[in-house]
Design a protein around this ligand. Sequence first.
Ligand SMILES: Nc1nc2c(c(=O)[nH]1)N[C@H]1C(S)=C(S)[C@@H](COP(=O)(O)O)O[C@H]1N2
Ligand SMILES: [Mo]
Length: 354
Amino acid sequence: MAVHSEAGLVERQRNPENLESPRRIFDQFLTPPGLFYVRNHFSIPEIDPREWRLSIEGEVRRPSEFDIATVRSLPARSLTATLECAGNSRMFLPEHAKGVQWELGAVGTAEWTGAPLPELLERAGIEPGASEVVLEGFDRGRIDAEPKTPGDIPFARSLPLSKAPEVLLAWAMNGEDLPPRHGFPVRAIVPGWYGMASVKWLRRILITSRPFRGYFQTFEYSRWDELAGIPSLVPLTEGAVKAEIAFPTAGETIPRNSRYRIHGAAWAGESLIDAVEISADAGDTWRAADLLDPPQRYCWTRWEYQWRVPSPSGPTTLMARARDVDGHAQPWTRDKLERNYSVHHVLPVEVTIA
Ligand SMILES: Nc1nc2c(c(=O)[nH]1)N[C@H]1C(S)=C(S)[C@@H](COP(=O)(O)O)O[C@H]1N2
Ligand SMILES: [Mo]
């Protein structure tokens, strides 16, 4: 496993470039762009900002094109949001699951600045009966594994028009121009949803009155849902409630009779974290962790727990579990309906007291 020397990102795949954040990102509320995980399905497109245009078409009264100066001149808003890849933590599944083998660092938090999506939608004028917004990126490629794509396809995802008021067309990340890897010059930020919805390198916004059935909406980034007892595939949308233990790491040796700061972060999709609890005995007893960041919509909350490490030596299983203010808690077991995505059940971290 190679480490990206300048930034400290862990390379999970070279081409396309897929990079995981190191555990020290959990020390800061905002993740520096140079340490923010990178999830690409195709090569990063080279975009000349002077040539770049974003079009809006489909079920609109005024199909239009926007250049970068126009997008940046629209009323701007800043939004702090955590992005988590739906494949995050896949490495911890007991059975190998297909896809990039992320540990716990396909997640990060940034302050995004840009134009609210409704600003563009209002200028284009949505036709009555329209229901979805398809976001298309500039990056394209062919998928050779079954089901093979019919030649090159773009990365594209849709969302219902009802989600549009929360969506940002972002051109800055933590106050600076978006880096090329994170979607320069403009990307979507769909807060509270898994990362796949936040399409980078935006090229086109298509308004439709039919559900979009693209590759990354059906074959990938979908889950099984029970439709009157019949499993049917539905696109992934909102993220699930989840806590991650950043430290200690699995296999660590911890001095007996010591104090150890167990810490990490928790997030809850469109909801708010209510509590994080820690178990140092494989789930028999639980104690409340301290929340270090006030719970804020769309953002992670970092937490810590001062563990009084007992005196008997031996292996110990640590666990964290979070719940949100709407009563959702992390499940104890893995749900098969989730396919190879949304790993958010309670995960053990095995350490040794010595
Ligand atoms: N155009 C485009 N947008 C994309 C992707 C992509 O491959 N192409 N990957 C998606 C996925 S799966 C995730 S998790 C996020 C990751 O954003 P980041 O690379 O800025 O962390 O971007 C999303 N947007
Ligand atoms: Mo993702």
